[in-house]
Design a protein around this ligand. Structure first.
Ligand code: ADP
Ligand code: MG
Length: 379
């Protein structure tokens, strides 16, 4: 049986071509971690080309040294990064076009979706030495604005935890309320809005804010990130008497894993689990409703979807980065993430104009050979 015959297409509507006017979806797999290798995990994510990835499911064969391939699922995306792709490469393909539209007064957003430990925070925030999208977006913005005195850049950085909003730049401050104002969309009352003009200041603010994010260990994960972090950058440009404002939302979502249902329902943790589920469930219901072209999209069902309302529907551009581990031990979660990511690709956004195409220099970074980790012997 050839690999081709074995492949089960997970979506007949999938297309590898970058289209205008819809959500652009990217996949980033990270290398196998030391703990995964110690647990005898092997790499089951194959990146076939820049748009296609295969997820292989194996089982032990009679000869215990060999593994037998059971099933292969194929997924298609706007771009599939390989494990050696740099933070800059990921930024250039996903968020750089969004920064351009925000500068011209549009709204745009980029969010990372995936299970805990798959690289959402690494991709969004990164480290001081290897900054991610949030920091690179600011660097890019300040370069583009240069010393333009007529442009103001402000930021807010909040956490949604247990369906409550907390200001990560003012963690001891009052809890925040969401308000929907006609013409202004959803706003947060009481939030600290910081005006900034230096990327160094932003790095300091974001890393400090991130320390206030709540992480709590669960039965399934040592440190499961159970909060959503949302950075919003507002760029206001004055031109004569007119001001144009663009907003960029960058979201590091809580872990999408379904550990919650398996947990014992005795602690307050299960209440929290239910709420985190509520936000992520609501996100998936909105994605489903948007894909099916429903008239009513249940944005109001959770804080997360309320805040992402102007980023998921209507006049905006949105990029989703699905983060996955290649580990054979997390196959179910990976399949789940890739399934949702592929569905999200069908969300139509009438305002999206930018075509996400990789520039030649970024493409080169992306065509590094993919190292093979403990690959099993395939019959
Ligand atoms: P999440 O936020 O999804 O829970 P993290 O971003 O904290 O996951 O990543 C978990 C670990 O994996 C971190 O130690 C991080 O440095 C590492 N990691 C994540 N993505 C990559 C990557 N693309 N390359 C190398 N290491 C990565
Ligand atoms: Mg995280």
């Amino acid at each position: 049986v050839s690999v081709k015959d074995e492949v089960t297409k997970s979506s007949s509507k999938s297309s590898s071509r970058v289209e205008w006017g819809r959500m652009n979806v990217f996949v980033r797999g990270r290398p196998l971690s030391t703990s995964e290798l110690q647990a005898n995990a092997f790499d089951c994510l194959e990146i076939a080309d820049q748009h296609t990835t295969f997820l292989h499911e194996f089982c032990a064969s009679d000869d215990y040294l060999r593994m037998k391939r059971l099933k292969t699922r194929q997924y298609q995306f706007d771009h599939v990064f390989n494990v050696l792709d740099t933070q800059r490469c990921v930024y250039e393909a996903t968020a750089a076009p969004l920064v351009e539209s925000v500068l011209s007064g549009q709204n745009a957003s980029c969010f990372c979706y995936g299970a805990t430990g798959t690289g959402k925070t690494h991709t969004m925030l990164g480290t001081v030495d290897d900054p991610g999208i949030m920091v690179l977006a600011f660097k890019n913005l300040f370069e583009a604005i240069d010393d333009d005195l007529d442009t103001d850049v402000t930021l807010t950085y909040v956490e949604i935890y247990n369906e409550a909003l907390r200001d990560l730049l003012n963690p001891k401050g009052p809890s925040l309320e969401l308000r929907e104002l006609p013409g202004k969309g959803v706003t947060m009352s009481g939030v600290r809005e910081v005006k900034t003009s230096s990327a160094e200041e932003v790095v300091r603010l974001l890393h400090q804010g991130n320390k206030h994010r709540r992480t709590e260990s669960t039965r399934c994960n040592r440190t499961s990130s159970r909060s959503h972090a949302l950075l919003q950058i507002r760029v206001a440009r004055r031109d004569g008497g007119k001001t144009t404002t663009g907003k960029l939302s960058l979201v590091d979502l809580a872990g999408s894993e379904r550990t919650i249902a398996n947990e014992k329902k005795s602690s307050s943790r299960s209440v929290e689990g239910a709420n985190i589920n509520k936000s992520l469930l609501s996100l998936s219901s909105c994605i489903r409703a948007l894909v099916e072209g429903k008239k009513h999209i249940p944005f109001r069902n959770s804080k997360l979807t309320q805040m992402l309302k102007d980023s998921l529907g209507g006049q905006c551009q949105t990029a989703m980065i699905a983060t996955v581990t290649p580990s054979s031990l997390s196959l179910g979660e990976t399949a789940n993430t890739l399934h949702w990511a592929e569905r999200a690709k069908q969300i139509k956004l009438p305002g999206a104009r930018t075509k996400h195409v990789m520039r030649e220099q970024d493409r080169r970074i992306s065509s590094h050979p993919i190292p093979s980790y403990a690959m099993p012997v395939i019959r």
